[in-house]
Design a protein around this ligand. Sequence first.
Ligand code: NAP
Length: 287
Amino acid sequence: MRTVVSRLIHCRSSISRLAEMTKSTNGRYQSTEPDEVDEPYKVKEAETVNVPPLPTEKLLVLGGNGFVGSHICREALDRGLSVASLSRSGRSSLHDSWANNVTWYKGNLLSADSWKEALNGVTAVISCVGGFGSNSYMYKINGTANINAIRAASEQGVKRFAYISAADFGVANYLLQGYYEGKRAAETELLTKFPYGGVILRPGFIYGTRSVGSMKIPLSVVGSPLEMVLQQARPLSQLPLVGPLFTPPVNVTSLAKVAVRAATDPVFPPGIVDVYGIQRYSQHKSK
Ligand SMILES: NC(=O)c1ccc[n+]([C@@H]2O[C@H](COP(=O)([O-])OP(=O)(O)OC[C@H]3O[C@@H](n4cnc5c(N)ncnc54)[C@H](OP(=O)(O)O)[C@@H]3O)[C@@H](O)[C@H]2O)c1
């Protein structure tokens, strides 16, 4: 928009000259006199300068105070988006300065209406809500909570929704049945309600710096070298049963970049993005 406006401004003198010429040649079209203005020339450049900027995207991060969610909030703020977060504890223990620029909502996705006002004016949602516990708890937190969010966002007319899911872990899928069943149920709901703007990111282990209170835990110490090694061992990930254990870990900053893009770039393809896709997209230059 700015480029167009500045071009219009730079063109102003030439347009005026052209108008004068036109007037003098056939006396019918654009005049610079306000009372003689014909429709096509009525688009006055000076007026467009005062038009307020297009409303920016408003992103709601579900679980924005968690490990992945906080990196997503930072990435989105860096990209100039307006950012809100919703979780049961609200802002929680985050002391970093960027956190002052996020609107923090407290609410539980499992309780009917305690959180819906957080969706007001929201154009895109990223859900990082998930967790571990008993099978029924895992189903609720990974499945039901996200399904509730997806339905409410769709009813509110949210354009795009990205969901941080998880890669299969072969044998571990049986041990964490509620976790994986919940994830897959939420994925199905997302593809149904957001066929054109729903993106499912399926990372394996995510590494980076995890804040616990004022402590920073550098998971990269293990994750980064492991990612390098396992990236070269992609054929091993195709092995039956144990293959998924060779899925390379993903850097949380890369995941955050891809998630923000998936939720805000209208041409980002909908559907499932696996670990290798996340790595590939994270290497693309941001617009
Ligand atoms: N970390 C990994 O290595 C990894 C790997 C693969 C996939 N994932 C997936 O990535 C996502 C993010 O993981 P993470 O490590 O960032 O987890 P996390 O730090 O535990 O974050 C989970 C977030 O969900 C919020 N939450 C939980 N239940 C909620 C509810 N009922 N209503 C509203 N908010 C709720 C939590 O905040 P409150 O407690 O304040 O509500 C927290 O902000 C999860 O879905 C996880 O399954 C993680």
